[in-house]
Design a protein around this ligand. Structure first.
Ligand code: PLP
Length: 447
């Protein structure tokens, strides 16, 4: 049953454990995203289905789902069985090509027809970094064009200050990339950042840099900037514009792949990129990334100078988990995505209804099991890119609301830029429970 909490003392063991963690792990955890200053300490104990328990014994309905990988929920039976079979009968890491890896590639290709050949990596960061090298190798060009508010991992190639303050962003809509961390050298000298969903800004940028542009890389849905959808025809136009200049289009489908639809945003919007990056959802909670393209582009690896490695790339545990996810999806695509869309529609519709009824200025954006309930400072007509979200959203109030919801037993990330994720394990009854608490929280924190 639900243990209700009225104050943060209900998470005392979490706070103490994290304090202990800070003595051996820098900041208490290995990803800065998980230990931000405005997080209420939550040290996770275990998950099951759509629920999560912390070390204090508090139960949460999880709307974060480990930032996206848990498409089938926490500890899906078929993934556990596949992993157990692999490690007990064949081995976790064999150091040779394995058939399970080949099968996963074959099955992933069934969902992504734009991919003829692919490579596996261990994370979205790695896969994006290699996708960028691939584009540069294939075109023989250096420049990379990316977008404000878009995140492609923390590698030297592409880690920009993707949530830069508005006054750091150029008026003309594009400019040199701003490094996202200290310790970077000059890799970003060849990266230009453009306002997303703005074809004029891209056209101006291509006018200056198009002849040297190896690729345009983007999240086809802006998932790290409040979940913004591309404007009608935008993806197709970007594809034509970069192709006209002789460059490639890279879709980073780390968030959208196997999530908004089995074949990702490229299937949903019917726009094929030249290079795709697929990660999170395909691994069912195991660390995987992949990048793929046509055989001709991938010949940079098969018959060319591009190196890609990794002792753990294509690791057998990870591959057995990915195969279980792919088998599940391939066996019952229609029903699985119908369910994912139905629970997301219910949640998004419910939140929208609450905000409308209580007169809370907001934008509830969603596509499939990916949604964002953005609270704005005042009524705004539309949010089309990172600058709009940054300018209009009420990040402070969102944090207050998230704290309330966390204490009430519903978890989503406190940063308003981060989307919420649902899974096949979320039922209509779970969503009803969330909405009841949502209404309560909205009345207390947002009215
Ligand atoms: N690309 C996108 C769109 C992401 O959201 C993320 C991670 O959240 C990454 C790349 C990096 O992936 P990873 O954290 O697995 O390195």
């Amino acid at each position: 049953g639900m243990i209700s909490k009225t104050d943060s003392s209900g998470a005392a063991i979490s706070a103490k454990t994290l304090e202990r963690g800070r003595k051996s792990i820098a900041g208490g955890d290995s990803s800065t995203m998980r230990v931000l200053p405005y997080h209420i300490p939550l040290v996770a104990d275990r998950g099951e289905g759509c629920r999560l328990w912390d070390v204090d014994g508090n139960e949460y309905i999880d709307l974060n789902m480990a930032y996206g990988p848990l498409l089938l929920g926490h500890r899906p039976k078929q993934v556990i069985e596949a992993v157990y079979r692999q490690i007990s009968e064949q081995g976790s890491q064999l150091g040779f090509p394995t058939e399970v890896t080949i099968r996963v590639a074959e099955k992933l290709k069934m969902l992504f027809p734009s991919i003829e050949l692919l490579r596996f990596a261990n994370s979205g960061t790695e896969a994006c970094a290699s996708a960028i090298r691939l584009a540069r190798t294939y075109t023989g060009r250096r420049k990379l064009i990316m977008f404000e508010g878009h995140y492609h991992g923390w590698s030297e190639a592409v880690f920009t200050k993707y949530h830069a303050p508005l006054d750091m962003l150029p008026e003309c809509g594009y400019g040199p990339a701003i490094p996202g961390t200290s310790g970077m050298t000059d890799a970003l000298d060849d990266v230009i950042t453009v306002q997303w969903n703005d074809l004029d800004a891209l056209e101006r940028c291509l006018g200056e840099h198009g002849a040297d542009a190896a690729a345009v890389i983007m999240e086809p849905i802006s998932g790290n900037a409040g979940l913004i959808m591309p404007r009608e025809g935008y993806l197709q136009s970007v594809r034509e514009m970069i192709h006209d200049r002789g460059g490639l289009l890279i879709f980073d489908e780390v968030i959208t792949g196997m999530r908004v639809s089995p074949g990702g945003a490229q299937e949903h919007y019917m726009v094929s990129p030249d290079i795709s990056v697929v990660s999170k959802a395909m691994g069912g909670g195991y660390p995987v990334g992949s990048f793929g393209a046509s055989a001709e582009i991938m010949s940079c690896i098969t018959d060319g100078p591009l190196f890609h490695g990794g002792v753990f790339s294509g690791n057998a545990i990870v591959m057995s988990a990915a195969e279980a996810v792919l088998d599940t999806v391939l066996a019952d695509k229609e029903n699985i995505y119908a369910h994912l869309h139905a629970v997301a529609d219910q949640l998004a519709g419910g939140i929208r209804e609450i905000y409308t009824r209580l007169n809370i200025p907001a934008h509830v954006n969603h596509l499939g099991p990916l949604l964002a309930g953005l609270i704005t400072k005042e009524e705004v007509e539309g949010l089309y890119n990172y600058r709009d979200v940054r300018r209009h959203c009420d990040f402070e109030r969102y944090i207050q609301f998230q704290h309330h919801m966390q204490r009430a037993g519903v978890y989503f990330h406190p940063n308003e830029f981060e989307p919420m994720f649902l899974s096949t394990a979320h039922t209509s009854a779970d969503i009803d429970e969330v909405l009841e608490k949502w209404e309560d929280g909205a009345r207390q924190c947002l009215v």
